[in-house]
Design a protein around this ligand. Structure first.
Ligand code: ADP
Length: 190
């Protein structure tokens, strides 16, 4: 049905936004006024694939990790799923590859750019209380190599930019993008 690609600096809040989006989409799908096809919402993340943040420290381990993510994505893409890819997705060419795979199956696509300053992401990385801390050198390296998405290229479009200060994501617009507006929105006509 749809592929939602989340991208942003390491520790910029991508997983937090992925969960917010999943909650929003599920509540719309469960709304009694929802008249579209039965869909499920799934998140694929590094954690779900047991990819340690250390894999990004070395291109020899990063490449197979990206391969594992791509394989999992291909396996789970389908007409009855809204698939959210919660990972760095920082390489332009990789986002292009995901876009092509999704379009081959005629899925809707959109990209969510989770925006923070480098300083904030660094601070959140250093103070996070879970096992998902990027080693400092890896963090700096990833930030330097980060390739920002652009609404000017078709594989990043439509692009939703979510600044760190925003409490929530633009759920209505994302819902429209993934359902193409051909599904009656919840509460329509009431
Ligand atoms: P990522 O998936 O990009 O690694 P997470 O969503 O796991 O990022 O968040 C990284 C850390 O930053 C977590 O400790 C989280 O609580 C914190 N964090 C994320 N977004 C915000 C925000 N908007 N304001 C304050 N802290 C945040």
């Amino acid at each position: 049905m749809a592929l939602v690609t989340i991208t942003g600096y390491p520790s910029s809040g991508k997983s937090r936004r992925a969960l917010q989006l999943k909650t929003h989409l599920e509540s719309r799908l469960q709304d009694p006024n929802y008249a579209g096809p039965k869909l499920k919402v799934q998140i694929i993340s590094d954690d779900e694939l047991n990819l340690d943040r250390n894999v990004y420290s070395d291109s020899r381990s990063e490449k197979p990790a990206r391969g594992a993510l791509f394989t999992a994505m291909q396996r789970q893409m389908s007409q009855d799923t809204i698939l959210i890819i919660d990972s760095l997705n920082y390489i332009k060419g990789f986002r292009y590859q995901m876009y092509c795979a999704a379009r081959e199956l005629k899925l809707r696509v959109c990209t969510i750019f989770v925006v923070t300053t480098q300083d904030l992401a660094r601070e959140w990385n250093e103070t996070r209380q879970d096992s998902k801390v990027y080693p400092s050198e890896t963090f700096e390296n990833l930030v330097q190599r980060y390739e920002e998405p652009s609404s000017m290229v078709r594989w990043d479009s439509p692009l939703f930019t979510v600044p760190w200060l925003d409490e929530d994501i633009p759920a209505d617009d994302i819902w429209k993008a993934v359902t193409e507006g051909n599904i009656k929105p919840p509460n329509a006509g009431t």
